[in-house]
Design a protein. Structure first.
Ligand code: HEM
Length: 553
């Protein structure tokens, strides 16, 4: 080959290499064009994530922009780096796809297989096979959704609230970051509800159970982090090597905890409820102790963080919205709840304004802002009648995404979506179940009754004793930071809690808590009476502080 031939050969080789590399890097770009789904031209490497990578928006906020941009379409395409993601934006289409056709979308898109990872793979939200998921769901649903189940865990939640209140009253002089405090509180409650453990992490968080449970909730264990990466990069290899996510010794420890709770006579834990339900199953369908333990562990892997977030956002909104807090306190006073230091759950469960506060928090700050559904059986999304969109054939493994965040902040359904207004959920025009989906759609969340129990009892315990107020460090408005699956407040949830003033005359009972700060002064006599009561308030605060000093020592 002479020099000129060599030159041409090299030139053609470089051109061909360039051509195929370009094709490889841009082949995803034609994906939505072929489906005739609207999308915005992506950058060839970082897709549609420009504002996210520059730190201007979180992915959730970027998707919300697209929900507005493609307002007249049922679906749109988004490029997550080089991966195309199909978002369903029309509420009616979301319901049509995910409810009657739920059997085609059984999986949440995880890569676990219970044959290879028996512990995590047998948790409902992680179960890969559609058949396993439906079998498990039909065993779990009656236990988790039994309306009486939360009531049996009332006492556990109440005693954890006592520990929370003790902790807060020992720090009244400080502005508090509530998420850090709620983290301990939620851990205490979930340990009790799931495994019957009586933890007080405010006093001691060195128990082995705490480390395992928070590791499960956050996946912070470094070995797990490496395993997760390996599962993403080489899933086939990891599966065929039989690598388990959870450490064997940790599983054995949890199984022991499960067995103790399940056999505790008179115990009120999920372990006990599940073990009883399992005994009533046909022998061939019974689950083993390890599988039952995995269901209790679901409280941590699936419920811990969203519940913690819901509590934190609810407390933040109450502090920011004095009128809402006042109305809630009035509801509690009228129902006689403020007289009882530990009102039973049945007495607060159906309070309409308390319910509305919880629902409005779920709307504005949905703890699960994104739903992911993986197609488990081929399915064709029908074409639009006006021919705008052709039918879209989905094969097993394809995913659909729904932004709960964007739906809940759509002005067409929620005027002034930034406003925290529980009245949206009172009266006749409450949002319909197509546009309000904090707990998902189709089979939906199994833990919603437990979430409401925890959040309602905790909010009542706080509001009946304290006035929640913004402090110097409270962020307004709240800024979020990028997080893989949930909502993270960049500057935390700083709040001041001022004790409400106990009533002296005993009219409202021994435990009457009255917010005297808001009693309007009318005449000199009343003024004297009020000042007198302020003295009482100061005495209470002083005594609480004294206690805190004693406790610190
Ligand atoms: C504020 C707290 C919570 C929120 C907002 C929430 C929300 C959700 C959502 C959106 C889904 C997905 C449903 C779908 O894809 O359609 C889900 C599934 C699930 N949640 Fe929750 N959840 C919460 C707490 C809990 C708790 C405490 C548990 C405890 C048992 C739990 C158990 C589950 C389970 C087992 C699933 C999977 C259901 C299935 O695959 O059929 N969740 N949750």
């Amino acid at each position: 080959m002479n020099q000129e031939d060599l030159y041409w050969f090299t030139f053609i080789l470089v051109m061909l290499l360039g051509f195929f590399t370009h094709k490889l890097l841009t082949r995803h770009r034609s994906y939505f064009r072929m489906l005739r789904v609207p999308f915005e031209k992506p950058h060839f490497l970082y897709g549609n994530l420009d504002d996210v990578l520059s730190g201007k928006l979180t992915t959730m906020e970027k998707i919300e922009q697209y929900y507005r941009k493609f307002a007249s379409h049922g679906l749109f395409g988004f490029f997550n780096y080089m991966t195309p993601a199909l978002y369903v934006r029309d509420p009616a289409l979301i319901r049509q796809l995910l409810q009657p056709n739920m059997g085609h979308f059984e999986s949440h898109g995880y890569f676990l297989d219970e044959q290879k990872d028996r512990f995590l793979g047998s948790q409902l939200h992680l179960a890969k096979g559609a058949e396993n998921a439906s079998k498990l769901a039909s065993f779990l649903s009656p236990v988790f959704r039994n309306p009486k189940a939360p009531g049996t865990m009332d006492k556990t939640t109440q005693s954890c609230c006592k520990a929370l209140i003790d902790f807060i009253t020992s720090r009244l002089e400080l502005e508090l970051e509530l998420k850090a405090i709620f983290l301990k509180h939620t851990l205490n409650i979930f340990a009790g509800m799931a495994f019957g453990r009586e933890l007080n992490t405010f006093e001691d968080d060195t128990d082995r159970f705490c480390a395992i449970a928070t590791g499960m909730a956050y996946g912070t264990n470094p070995v797990q982090v490496v395993k997760t990466m390996a599962f993403y990069l080489v899933p086939g290899l990891m599966r065929s090597a039989g690598v388990q996510f959870t450490d064997r010794q940790e599983i054995d420890y949890l199984v022991q905890q499960y067995q103790q709770a399940a056999s505790a006579a008179g115990g009120h834990s999920m372990a006990r409820l599940l073990s009883r339900a399992n005994e009533q199953q046909n022998a061939s369908h019974r689950l083993g102790d390890e599988q039952l333990t995995a269901q209790c562990a679901t409280f941590f892997t699936k419920g811990f963080e969203p519940t913690l977030n819901l509590l934190s956002f609810a407390a933040y909104e109450l502090a920011q919205n004095e009128d809402v807090q006042r109305k809630l306190y009035e509801e509690l006073s009228h129902g006689g709840i403020t007289n009882n230091p530990s009102p039973p759950y049945d007495s607060i469960r159906s309070l309409p304004y308390l319910e509305a506060v919880v629902l409005e928090t779920l709307r504005k700050w949905p703890p699960h802002p994104l739903l992911v559904r993986e197609c488990t059986k081929p399915f064709t999304i029908p074409a639009t009648e006006n021919g705008d969109r052709a039918s879209i054939p989905l094969k097993a493994g394809d995913k659909l995404y729904v932004s709960v965040w964007a739906l809940h902040r759509n002005e067409d359904y929620y005027p002034q979506p930034e406003r925290f207004d529980p009245n949206r959920f009172t009266g006749k025009d409450v949002p319909n179940s197509d546009t309000f989906i904090p707990f998902g759609i189709g089979r939906g969340c199994l833990g919603q009754e437990f979430v409401k129990l925890v959040v309602k009892i905790t909010l009542v315990a706080l509001v009946q004793r304290f006035t929640l107020k913004p402090g110097e460090r409270t962020a307004e408005p709240l800024k979020l930071i990028e997080s893989a699956s949930s909502l993270e407040a960049r500057d935390g949830f700083w709040i001041r809690l001022e004790p409400r003033i106990p009533q002296r005359d005993g009219v409202a009972g021994a435990m009457g808590w009255l917010d005297l700060v808001r009693v309007p002064p009318v005449g000199p006599e009343e003024q004297d009476a009020i000042e007198d009561r302020f003295d009482v308030r100061n005495t209470v605060v002083a005594s609480l502080r004294k206690n805190s000093i004693t406790r610190k020592r």
